[in-house]
Design a binder for this molecule. Structure first.
Ligand SMILES: [Zn+2]
Length: 352
């Protein structure tokens, strides 16, 4: 059981190969396309757009569990906790296993944010009790925060407070990876843009960048876990990001200059000749190279291949453009956002 899966009830369809040929797909949206777009919007902090897309899907197929849970996640992100609880309860009957546990976690979070500690506790504890070590570790800090508000004699509370999650592997391996990076690096393999089948950029909406002088790291924040993906899947996901950026946000091209997929491949996004659209406003994007690493690093760490790729790419760009270490930022440097997620943020000093 992968730890990441517990949080990603929407994952199963995200990468389904519904997006065949980006130009035609851009015009006719398949059902999976709608879910993909919606999840992309969730990941990029646009829950209202995501909500509309999930609703579009649900109107056509009322029994679509992914869309139903998606709506609940959107409501949670929008701060409409009662609706989130109601929607998640409704979707729950269509779910099983980890998907169901993820819906229960969603309900627990909503109760917790409503200040309803007892209900939050009983939902979290139900997941915790049934879950294995990975699941327990995953919700460890949340459930402990709730448990600490309850009397010690409440059934389960001391058991939860006593639980020690095993050390996180990626952090433990950090030193070894750092050592490797100090060795001379092999030439960097960047997959050219043409290989992911992009739509042609709208050049009238692009601004020349000049010499870059800083780098900003993002996570894609989508809910697909951390397992490496096949080449074609990764390419389709980049297409989906580009479609979201161009068709829904009206940008001239994909906002990021580089994409690091879940297998640690580095893909060229927007040409470095043009200023990106990723850090916030025009000023924040000035001379700013945008790198997005795929995953939601609020909930799980990047895998080793991704860390290696990120480090190599950053070193390569820093050397090439003479960018000092301190000008390598997380997205949260420019605006209040959880991006690039607490796990990646913690790793950032070691990959600069
Ligand atoms: Zn970001």
């Amino acid at each position: 059981m992968k730890r990441a899966q517990i949080f990603f009830p929407l994952a199963s369809a995200f990468f389904l190969s519904a997006l065949i040929g980006c130009r035609s797909a851009a015009r006719t949206r398949t059902p999976d396309d709608v879910i993909t777009l919606a999840q992309g919007c969730m990941g990029m902090g646009e829950p209202s757009i995501a909500e509309a897309l999930f609703q579009e899907r649900l109107a056509k197929s009322p029994s679509d569990g992914k869309a139903a849970v998606g709506l609940a996640w959107a409501a949670l992100a929008l701060g409409d906790y009662q609706t989130a609880i109601w929607r998640a309860h409704k979707a729950e009957s269509t779910l099983s296993g980890l998907d169901r546990a993820a819906a229960e976690i969603l309900i627990a979070r909503a109760y917790w944010r409503l200040g309803r500690t007892r209900q939050a506790w009983s939902c979290f504890y139900q997941v915790w009790r049934k879950g294995d070590v990975a699941v327990k570790s995953c919700i460890d800090s949340e459930i402990k925060a709730v448990a600490s508000k309850l009397p010690r004699e409440t059934p389960g509370v001391s058991e939860v407070l006593k639980f020690k999650p095993p050390p996180r592997k990626p952090l433990a391996r950090r030193r070894a990876v750092t050592k490797k990076a100090e060795q001379p690096e092999a030439p960097l393999a960047i997959i050219p843009r043409s290989r992911w089948g992009p739509m042609a950029p709208r050049r009238s909406r692009l601004v020349p960048m000049g010499k870059p002088f800083r780098i900003t790291v993002h996570h894609s924040a989508d809910v697909n876990g951390s397992s490496p993906v096949a080449w074609g899947t990764a390419a389709r996901h980049i297409q989906a990001i580009q479609r979201d950026h161009m068709l829904h946000r009206g940008w001239g091209d994909i906002g990021y200059h580089f994409i690091i997929d879940r297998a640690g491949r580095i893909w060229q996004g927007r040409s470095l000749r043009y200023q990106g659209a990723h850090a916030g406003n025009f000023e924040a994007n000035r001379g700013n190279i945008g790198i997005v690493v795929e995953g939601n690093f609020e909930y799980h760490p990047p895998n080793e291949a991704q860390i290696r790729a990120l480090r190599s790419l950053i070193h390569y760009l820093r050397r090439k453009y003479g960018i000092p270490k301190w000008r390598v930022y997380g997205h949260n440097h420019f605006r209040p956002t959880g991006c690039p997620g607490r796990y990646l943020l913690r790793l950032l000093p070691s990959v600069r």
